[in-house]
Each structure stands twice: as C-alpha cells, then as structure tokens.
Design a protein around this ligand. Structure first.
Ligand code: ASP
Length: 506
C-alpha cells in the first residue's frame, strides 16, 4: 500500500477508535479545583489542570453560574465541596463553568479526569503520540537552520536571491490576503455572531497581555542565538539568524564560503535522511494522535458554536479547494489533483499534529521527493512558509474577531465594527498570521492581540478555546497546503516542472 493510503487508513482508524472510547468507556469531567467549606462559601485549596488556570489557592468562591447567557442560565450558591463535585460530574467535558469570585465571574473549563477509565485507555496512545511529536519537534531547529542556510547559499547570486525572495514574499502575502478576503466576506454574510448564546458579558475585564505589532518585528531579532535554538516557538529568530548566516557565508569568500556551504549541505542532507526515517512511523504516530485528540474532547461543547465553526470550515474549504487550486493550475500549470495526492502525507501530518513546524520535515520530503521540486526552491521557501505563510490562520483570525465583535454588538451596539475597523482587521489578521508560531493554538493566542487593539473584551477568545482544536487541525492543513502550492508555483516560474510522475507513490 502506498504511504498515502496507509496514513489515511491509520488516521481514520484512530478517529474511529477515539470515538469508540469516547462513547463506550467511562470518562468523567473534572474542574481541577479542590475546595474547603468556610462560612462565606468555598475556598480553593488546590488549582490544578489546564482548565483552572485563572484560580489559585485561597480564592473565595460564592457561586457557580451554569448555561451562562442562555435562557436556562442558573446561579447556584455554593456551600459544600461535594455539591460542586456533583455538579461537575453531570456536565460535559470541555464545558466552561463560571465561578463567582469577589463579585466577578471567572471561567473554569472541564477536562477529562485523569483518574477515569478513559484517561487510562488513552495513556498508551498519548505516550506514542508524545514520542512521535518529540521526534518531529527534534528536527525543527536543525532543519530550519540548515535548510535556510543551504537555500540562501544555494540560490547563487544576490540577484537570484532577491528574485526568489521577492516571488516568495509576493506569493505569501497575496495568498494570505486572498484567504482573509474569503473569511471576511463569509463571516459578514453568515453573521454567526449575531444573537449567538455565548454567555459573555461585554464589560468583562481584559485580562491578557497586550502585544503591539511592532513587537513582532522586534521579536524577530535574537539577542542570543542559542536561546532561540532552544525554543520551537521562536522560529522567526532562527530564520532571521539563518538568513544572515547564509548571506554572510556567501560573502565570506574563499576558502570559508565553500567550506561552510559544504558543511551545511551535508548537515542538511543528514537531517533530511532523519526525516525520512521518521516518515516510516508516520501512520502509527498519526493513529495515536487521532485517538488522543478524539477520545479526549466531548462533542457537546461544540453546539453553541456550530455556526461559527461551520463558517471557518467553509472559508477554509473555499480557499483550499478553489483559490489555491486556481493559482496552481493557471499560474503554475500544475494539476491540483496530482499535487494534492503527492502532498497527502504532509497534509495528514498537519491535520493530526496541528503544527506547521512539526510538519515541516514531512512537508520538505513530500515536496522534494513526491512533488519533484528542486532542493534550491524547497529549502528556501518551505521553512519560511511554515512560520510566515499561514493562510488558514489568517482567515481564522479574521473570522474569529469579527464573530466576537458581532456577538458583542448584539449585546451592546457600541461594539459594532466600523468599515475602517474591518480594514484594520484585515491588516492585523495578516500580521498575526505572520507572527504566529507554527505550533498548536498559536493562532488563538495571536487573536488576543487583535481583540485588544480593537478594544474588544479578551474573554471571548477564552471561550473559543473550547472548540479550537478541530479548527486548528483544519487551518494547519490549509497552512501547509498553501506552503506546498507556493513551492510548486515558484519552482514552475524558475523553469522547473514540479509535477509528480503519473503513478508515483513514494
Ligand atoms: N497551528 C497552526 C500552525 O501551526 C497555527 C495556528 O494556531 O493557527 O500552522
């Protein structure tokens, strides 16, 4: 069986198995909070788990609000820890409960209790998934560094580098803007936020950090390269250093230029060989990841946000199945269907890892080996693309922010977006997609930046977290699809014929 079918089969099997675990194996929700009863109510004794981040020991909690914002909203005073535990056990995993603390409401998201049977079942798969992801992560920094250095030194003259860089930049910015336009049009047509029952108050205090966009550029310059090498989220820094290193290797002159180039070329070749080795594990890694993701998340929490999720999904589908294939066909002269088949291992890895950076080794191998694009083009465009070119993320930022603004505007008309604010969102969504690291949920974190720039409450982004994973999987696929289409189109304009030989199934 070709790798394409093998990975797909294992991925589906993983999803089915995950659904089976979710349906038939007992998995209870937990809040991650332990309480002690006092006269005034409950006092938090311990706050553990990812959902209870906004609490710490000593917090006094007077009541819990369930179904917040919905007609069946209910406020329940708390006086007994057992009463809260009973309430939690009756709610779906993934739901957000609001606890009244010091007169304000703070969210706690329910996750799978590690003591429950389902968590025990998931454990071995989680282990395999972690090892698989670590193997991919392990390659990110050496691969990005060596491929960009080889890419820059291998392009040849400064003139060639400028040409290739210019084309790459043009492709990245224009496809991201096209994606944003699709998202913006769709979200304004569907209006998923109008009248949605999200249970958010428009006056909620902004709680997260504000990041100004200039900071994204400032962040690009590393003050210590070794620091940057130790952080998979700091890829812009590694790219910045690698671009300079490549440039100055070319400028260093004999004998250093040649020696350094050979050194990096060999290093890069070895890294790609390692990527090939990891590719053998791909079907099993993807299986374990799917089991882990599907079995953990309850589907019940998706309900109030279904229209929003549908809007994001539809926009992603339009961009991936119409816009990019049209470019591939008419600018690159490449059959989108054949290109899709060649890229399938990378796309499935993107789907199951939700990370462009982790997928990079697989993307590079797919584009080079299966897509027959030269090393010169792949090693320059793909590592840049994995960090900078995120069409799916760009579109998602735009839809997410406008969706929340629509919702807040129905509660308080002051939040209605003006035309100029909509224009601002386009630019900010582009910047956010450039600045987002290629790691899971990076897009959601970047959304906080846009929300705070527009003066919208940040609380909304916390709510979107509950449904972020499936959307993240989908947008990462689109991110990788756009990177690979870009490599193919640029290769074509460089005189290459990046069409996989018919029947090739590496
Ligand atoms: N997970 C995405 C990626 O790695 C980034 C995002 O969160 O949108 O491409």
């Amino acid at each position: 069986m070709s790798l394409h079918w093998k990975v797909l089969a294992w991925m589906l099997a993983g999803a089915l198995f995950g659904v089976g675990l979710q349906q038939f194996v007992e998995g209870s929700p937990r809040s991650g909070l332990s309480f002690e009863a006092t006269e005034g109510g409950l006092v938090v004794t311990q706050a553990t788990g990812p959902g209870a981040k906004s609490f710490s020991a000593g917090d006094e909690v007077a009541a819990v609000v369930v179904n917040r914002g919905a007609p069946e909203e209910e406020r329940i005073s708390l006086s007994d820890p057992a009463q809260f535990a009973a309430l939690v056990s009756a709610r779906p995993i993934g739901e957000v409960l609001w606890l009244e603390r010091g007169g304000a409401l703070a969210p706690v998201a329910l996750d799978l209790d590690p003591a429950s049977a389902r968590a025990k079942w998931i454990e071995p798969f989680e282990l395999i998934a972690t090892i698989f992801m670590s193997l991919l992560k392990m390659l990110i920094v050496p691969l990005v560094l060596s491929s960009i250095v080889c890419g820059v030194t291998g392009v040849g003259t400064m003139k060639d580098l400028r040409r290739l860089g210019g084309k790459t930049f043009l492709y990245y910015v224009s496809t991201s803007l096209l994606a944003i336009c699709v998202g913006q049009t769709l979200v304004n047509l569907v209006k998923p936020g109008d009248g949605a029952e999200l249970g958010l108050s428009p006056t909620a205090a902004a709680g997260a950090r504000e990041e100004n966009f200039i900071e994204i550029f400032v962040r690009m310059v590393p003050s210590n390269v070794f620091d940057a090498f130790t952080d998979n989220g700091a890829m812009l820094k590694v790219i910045f250093f690698a671009l300079l290193l490549g440039l100055f290797i070319s400028k260093a002159g004999a004998p250093h230029s040649e020696r350094m180039r050979e050194l990096f070329e060999s290093f890069f070749a070895v890294m790609m060989k390692m990527a090939e080795g990891i590719l053998f594990l791909l079907p099993y890694g993807v299986f374990a990841l799917m089991v882990k993701v599907v079995a953990r998340t309850g589907f019940a929490v998706f309900e109030p946000l279904l229209l929003y999720m549908g809007t994001v999904a539809l926009a992603l589908v339009i961009h991936a199945c119409v816009t990019l294939p049209v470019l591939l066909k008419f600018v690159g002269g490449i059959s989108p269907r054949r290109w899709l088949k060649a890229m399938s291992p990378a796309l499935m890895t993107a789907f199951s890892t939700s990370s462009s950076a982790m997928t990079l080794p697989v993307t590079m191998r797919s584009v080079e080996e299966r897509g027959k694009v030269s090393n010169k083009v792949t090693s320059f465009t793909l590592p840049l693309g994995a960090t900078i070119n995120m069409d799916g993320t760009a579109l998602y930022e735009c839809i997410g922010v406008i969706f929340l603004a629509q919702y807040y505007a129905t509660v308080d008309p002051e939040f209605a977006l003006t035309m100029s604010q909509q224009g601002l969102i386009v630019m900010m969504a582009l910047m956010a997609s450039i600045g987002a690291a290629g790691i899971p949920s990076a897009g959601l974190v970047m959304m906080l930046t846009i929300l705070s720039a527009l003066g919208l409450p940040l609380e909304g982004a916390a709510l979107l977290l509950a449904v972020d994973r499936p959307l993240d999987m989908m947008r990462t696929v689109v991110n990788i699809w756009s990177d690979s289409c870009g490599a193919a189109i640029i290769a074509r304009t460089e005189g290459e014929t990046p069409v996989p030989a018919p029947g090739s199934s590496a």
